[in-house]
Design a protein. Sequence first.
Length: 360
Amino acid sequence: MYILGIETSCDETAVSVLEIVNNKVTVLSNIISSQLAIHKKYGGVVPELAARKHTENIIPIIDEAIKTASQNLNKIQNPKFKIQNYIDAVAVTSGPGLVTSLMVGVETAKTLAWSWQVPLIPVNHLDGHISANFIPHDREEIKKIKFPALCLLVSGGHTELVLMQKIGDYKIIGETQDDAVGEAFDKIAKMIGVEYPGGPNVARLAQQGKKGVFKLPRPMIATDDFDFSLSGLKSAVHRIIFVQKKLSLIDKKNICAEFQQAVIDVLIKKTILAGEKNRVKTIMIAGGVSANIELRTQLAEKIKQDLPKVDFLIPDLKYCTDNGTMIAMAGYLKYQKKMKPYNLEAIEINPNLSVTAHKP
Ligand code: KG4
Ligand code: ZN
């Protein structure tokens, strides 16, 4: 089957086409139009501008995703194949996210599903991030997961430890009490004068800096729950800036290195603790911050050392931050469960949708 995935929950207009035959997946297109240049000057995403840009972008990006998918298929089979005549289902992010941005994706997806007369599958954005872990290499089978599994979900808006009994049966066993990890990276970046988006830029500076030159706390590292708190790190960095008065580039690099390590230490400690206590067979990470190389490497090493029997999954780097492929993948998994066809009118956006709301 062919499934088209649409993602517009924040500042990326993203559309993908997946081919799935006998459980084997080929990503025929993965088109992402980022609004980074627009929001950069404001130091964060401006919701109204984001929605306006999605409205401008959505049709051209769908066209491009369809065109690229057709071209990729034409290389391997029928040269006259027009994929838009063969799409079997449309999947779209229906929440959580920015309300007006979600609207653009969902209303467009409804129109497509209606005109193509195919089912429309609403997808939870967080479920999409988790599903990025199941995307195999092209023409390979969807990755099989040993359950129970644990997902460290770290994005710009969420920081959660999700216990998974099976696909779609998710429970949040720990979460941040204040800022999300991505949000903390973005805020620290702003404080020390590093361009938006903070995550990748702080990670890049951290690579050139030295941990321990400035000392930062590891909030809640010793508590035996699975919760996190990141806002205290902001105050600690604030104090460093206050004492230093002016930050040199070396200072900035050293702050980034220590900040990144403080966050990673807490994330790893709680993930291992939750994995042990719940006797999970698989640990995975998801969300934009799962693109952080240090987090990926250090967590992999720690699991190998402390939980050698546990499988560790990480999404391919291109599927860590927002994209349409993860939405198409999550949509397919719901579709495969043979749920009732969705009534287009009943599909609603929910800006506060929880990861636990996904029921196949
Ligand atoms: O999942 P995502 O693309 O959007 C949301 O659903 O929120 O995550 C975006 C977040 C941003 O806060 C960004 O700064 C962070 O992920 N991020 C990173 C890295 N790449 C993106 N944080 C740390 N290191 C990275 N390499
Ligand atoms: Zn996201």
